[in-house]
Design a binder for this molecule. Structure first.
Ligand code: SD4
Length: 330
């Protein structure tokens, strides 16, 4: 089966599995939720249900991001994440609303729900990011459970990797190992954006980063303006892929700036991808980077460097579709 057909079927299956419409007679909450990759469908469902239950947009994106954080089959987020080259699973996460509230953690270890710690940083500290041991201490003080984790599968992959210890873009090595067909099969970072009926916006991003990275490496995901950016009255954007390439251009902030200047979400994502390609030339051969954006009006767009990036869109009625993003290269 070719990948387009798989995508369509996935979309149909996801739509069929969409949450039931509210029947309470209350005016409908018309929030839209979008997230990266096809597994984002489960995250969208959790986020949408949270809004329908009366939660805030931040509640919604947090609930969505917590889904892959405990999905042990997801090797780029949370408990199932692949470790760094020293065998430590280290997590990065961020939450942001459209009123300038932002909180993030980076290189967090031994706490599964990094996105929830990020939210506490936003709400309980005067800071925007805590890292490493300080982030762990803060999380423990906030009542989060601290425990070591590294799944048997992640440990086996790490031990296999140690035989060569060659750090290469995950887009290639993990795909080959998993026998996947697309170039981005194992990029599983979750970026999630939500919009209320009134056009308010929030977002979150959570990841364990690139597999077998250097200890202490932080990618784009938890950095405000790189892995996530949200601006009132304009829109929100998030990214996935090799974070260094996004960080170089403050990618998500750039996408939102283009939307502020009048570009559609799709055109804004394309502009950022094209800029990376132009800037980096042959240095990014085989590298995947993708952006996903949501405008204040509820328009959605995405664009990737390489084919294979998909995203999940949940409309105001709660129906979810998986869409393939256009890409710069074939
Ligand atoms: C990072 N952008 O740490 C993340 C990785 C990623 O899907 O998106 N993986 O660079």
């Amino acid at each position: 089966m070719n990948s387009d057909r798989r995508m369509l079927l996935a979309g149909a299956a996801a739509a069929a599995a969409a949450p039931a419409r509210a029947t309470s007679g209350q005016p409908r909450l018309r929030a839209a939720v979008v997230s990266t990759w096809d597994f984002g469908e489960a995250a969208n469902r959790a986020a949408f249900a949270t809004i329908e239950a009366g939660g805030s947009l931040i509640d919604a994106v947090e609930a969505g991001a917590r889904v892959p954080e405990v999905d042990l089959t997801n090797h780029s987020v949370g408990e199932g994440g692949y470790p760094d080259r020293d065998g430590h699973v280290t997590l990065d996460a961020i939450v942001m609303d459209d009123a300038g509230a932002v909180g993030a953690v980076a290189a967090l270890e031994e706490i599964v729900h990094a996105v929830s710690v990020a939210r506490r940083v936003m709400e309980k500290t005067p800071h925007t990011m805590l890292v490493g041991e300080g982030a762990i201490q803060f999380a423990v003080a906030q009542g989060f459970e601290r425990r070591k984790f590294l799944t048997a599968e992640a440990e086996a992959e790490w031990r296999a990797w140690l035989k060569t210890s060659r750090y290469e873009p995950v887009a290639n090595i993990e795909n080959k190992r998993l026998g996947g067909s697309g170039p981005a099969l194992n990029h599983d970072t979750l970026g999630i954006l939500a919009r209320s009926a009134e056009g308010r916006l929030a977002g979150a991003c959570t990841t364990s980063g690139m597999a077998f990275k250097m200890h202490g490496r932080v990618g784009d995901s938890p950095q405000c303006g790189c892995g996530l950016f949200v601006e009132r009255g304009v829109g929100a954007a998030t990214s996935t892929g090799v974070g260094e390439e996004v960080t170089r251009i403050a990618g998500s902030a750039r996408v939102v700036a283009s939307m502020r200047a009048g570009l559609s979400p799709g055109a804004a994502c394309r502009e950022a991808v094209a800029h990376i390609a132009q800037l980096r030339g042959s240095a990014i051969k085989g590298v995947q980077v993708a952006f996903l954006a949501l405008s204040v009006k509820g328009e959605v767009g995405a664009y990737a460097l390489m084919p294979g990036f998909t995203y999940a869109v949940t409309d105001e009625q709660g129906n979810t579709q998986i869409r393939p993003a256009p890409s710069l290269t074939e």
